[in-house]
Design a protein around this ligand. Structure first.
Ligand SMILES: [Zn+2]
Ligand SMILES: [Zn+2]
Length: 303
């Protein structure tokens, strides 16, 4: 009996070892194949040395992602299922997703920007989670620094690789930053790139009441319908300063800081990217949204 049990254990062990080795060598093979394989074999068009260099650069980012994974594992080991662990995981998996989309984008035809656009979006979401996690690591300074540095490296490298394979389209300032879409809707465009950055629209709330929908670069909300005449008149006059002031004065108690996309010093509109918007967190909880315009004017956009 003892002999049969011992033999079974050894056989099972050998079978396990066999499959483990197959999967191990397959992983290595796939990794090297991906590394060496020019993009043409993966179905792409560009095969020159620049493409190979960018493929190498993309695979090199895995090292930084491994360091982020180590930092994430330390947070999870320390906090278990508590708050910072969730953010650490989201920051890590968001970064992995951004990398996978980057890798997919690198094999695409030029001009196809869907994967790079989604990669940028995943990366920005991961950044917000990494900031949130770092803010919750008060009292664990070394881990806080390790996580921040690891994420910053991933962010820098993935952004640079995305810029290399899918350069951002040339930016063109719009002719007019105030666009009247209809009698009930105005849009404000970024003065640098023309992206729609703020929308004010008359409509109905969920419970059927008249209201004005406010959609900005840091938040969206409903304003009272009674503000319609004054706000829409001011917009028709092109008076953004007073639109901003009116909303600020009336709604600052609800944490609305006027037109969030507006820089009062430049007296113009910026999108989230050109206002360099970022969220701050205090011990893991949302604190405020800060914007710094291209001329360096900094203000709180949302509280
Ligand atoms: Zn812009
Ligand atoms: Zn400014």
């Amino acid at each position: 009996m003892k002999y049969i049990v011992a033999t079974s254990i050894i056989v099972l062990g050998l079978v396990y070892l066999f499959f483990w080795m197959i999967s191990f060598f397959r992983r290595i093979f796939v990794r090297f194949k991906k590394k060496d394989e020019p993009a043409s074999l993966a179905g792409a068009v560009i095969t020159d040395s620049a493409q190979n260099a960018s493929t190498d650069a993309i695979w090199a980012i895995r090292d930084s992602i491994s360091r982020l994974e180590e930092a994430k594992n330390k947070v999870v080991a320390l906090f278990g299922s508590e708050f910072p662990s969730v953010d650490a995981k989201e920051a890590y998996f968001g970064t992995v997703t951004a990398w996978e989309l980057l890798e997919a984008a690198s094999g695409e035809r030029k001009g196809n920007t869907e994967n790079s656009r989604r990669a940028r979006w995943a990366l920005e979401t991961a950044k917000s989670r990494a900031l949130q996690c770092a803010s919750a690591l008060k009292g664990y300074e070394n881990l806080q620094i390790e996580l921040s540095n690891a994420f910053d490296a991933c962010y820098r490298e993935i952004s640079a690789a995305l810029d290399a394979i899918a350069p951002r389209q040339e930016e063109k300032p719009p002719n007019e930053i105030i666009v009247k879409k209809s009698a009930d809707e105005y849009q404000l465009l970024c003065s640098v790139c023309g992206a729609v950055s703020w929308i004010l629209k008359k409509g109905k709330s969920d419970d059927g009441k008249d209201w004005i929908q406010y959609k900005g670069i840091s938040s969206g909300m409903g304003l009272n319908a009674e503000d319609s005449p004054v706000l829409f008149d001011l917009l028709a006059q092109g008076n953004l300063a007073d639109v901003h002031r009116h909303i600020y004065n009336k709604y600052v108690s609800s944490d609305v800081m006027g037109i969030d996309a507006y820089c009062p010093e430049c007296k113009t509109i910026y999108c989230a990217r050109h206002y360099n918007v970022y969220e701050t967190y205090d011990e893991g909880f949302y604190d405020e949204t800060i914007g710094t315009c291209p001329k360096g004017h900094r203000r709180k956009l949302n509280d």
